[in-house]
Design a protein. Structure first.
Length: 94
């Protein structure tokens, strides 16, 4: 199972959660505070992503070792492409 939440969900279900998509909430607040301080802030919808560095893939260390190395490598390559913006994951936000 892959969990998308604000933090690593593997401690909640260590035998079931393979990885989590985490969000750096304090970092995102600091980025907005810097915009305010620098006089660049304007009201808008902000969607943080892997490309911004505020969303990260975190493996459950207890289960990662059970995943074949070629699968881990493929996932990490895709994750790097998502983080760089080379690969865009489509989604629809409300």
């Amino acid at each position: 199972m892959l969990s998308a939440a604000l933090n690593d969900q593997s401690p909640s279900a260590p035998k079931a959660v393979l990885a989590s998509a985490t969000v750096d909430v304090p970092g995102s607040f600091l980025a907005i505070a810097k915009e305010v301080k620098d006089g660049r802030f304007h009201g808008r919808r902000i969607e943080w992503s892997r490309k911004d560095g505020f969303v990260k893939l975190v493996w459950n260390p207890a289960l990662r070792e059970r995943v074949p190395a070629e699968v881990v490598k493929s996932v990490e390559e895709l994750d790097a492409k998502i983080a760089s913006g080379e690969l865009r994951v489509p989604y629809s936000a409300p």
